[in-house]
Design a protein around this ligand. Structure first.
Ligand SMILES: C[S@@+](CC[C@H](N)C(=O)[O-])C[C@H]1O[C@@H](n2cnc3c(N)ncnc32)[C@H](O)[C@@H]1O
Length: 194
């Protein structure tokens, strides 16, 4: 017991001497991660990414947020093809790191970045366009935050899953050619209620 107390004290003393950046961070356990997760990692095919950004009528210089940005393809397309600026929010540390590296390799870091966080804790009020590929119940959980924080005129496009309680202003389809036709729902803030 005394050995434990002494070693604990020594470890605490050592930690106090370390600069903040060198101190251990809390690594979420699997169950903590899944509690926060609003959807699994599944990529949107490139045809769908193009169609979502077109449906939102993204214009040069506008700010696009992808809620759950995965490998960063929506951000990269928004910057390269639509000349927009883009912010991704990604819960997974690995995906956030990999997509940040990809953005840097492509030299797009002035216009695109990834925030490694739970989207529920991120301020979205600067967005002109919000893209999401989550799940219906996740969209429902996010709805109050979107209604509260997004400015009038902001466009929201949800891939495959509706936002319950909102009426889509347009619905588009994309067929990547492998037997599943993808559906996308466009909403404009403030949303028309169902
Ligand atoms: C279906 S994938 C979509 C990836 C990308 N947007 C696309 O369309 O290709 C959903 C992403 O949301 C992320 N995610 C899940 N819950 C999240 C949360 N609470 N905050 C931020 N990202 C989250 C997942 O890690 C995953 O990368």
């Amino acid at each position: 017991m005394r050995v434990f107390a002494a070693s604990t004290f020594a470890a605490a003393a050592l930690l106090a001497c370390l600069p903040a950046a060198a101190q251990p961070v809390h690594i979420p356990t699997k169950s903590e991660f899944y509690e926060k997760s609003l959807g699994p990692y599944v990529t949107s095919p490139q045809e769908v990414v193009d169609e979502m950004l077109q449906l939102a009528n993204v214009r040069p210089g506008e700010l696009v947020y992808d809620l759950g940005s995965g490998d960063g393809r929506v951000l990269i397309t928004a910057v390269q093809r639509f000349k927009a600026r883009a912010v991704g929010v990604e819960l997974s540390d690995d995906l956030a790191r990999l997509s940040t590296e990809k953005i840097a390799r492509l030299g797009l870091q002035a216009d695109a970045r990834v925030i490694n966080a739970d989207v529920r804790n991120v301020d979205l009020s600067a967005a002109d366009v919000v893209i999401m590929y989550l799940e219906t119940d996740s969209n429902e959980k996010l709805r109050p935050k979107l209604e509260k924080s997004l400015r009038p005129g902001t466009r929201v496009v949800s891939h495959e899953y509706k936002v319950p309680g909102w009426k889509a202003t347009r619905v588009a389809k994309a067929d990547p050619g492998y037997g599943h036709v993808h559906t996308m729902y466009l909403y404009r803030m403030p949303p028309v209620k169902d």
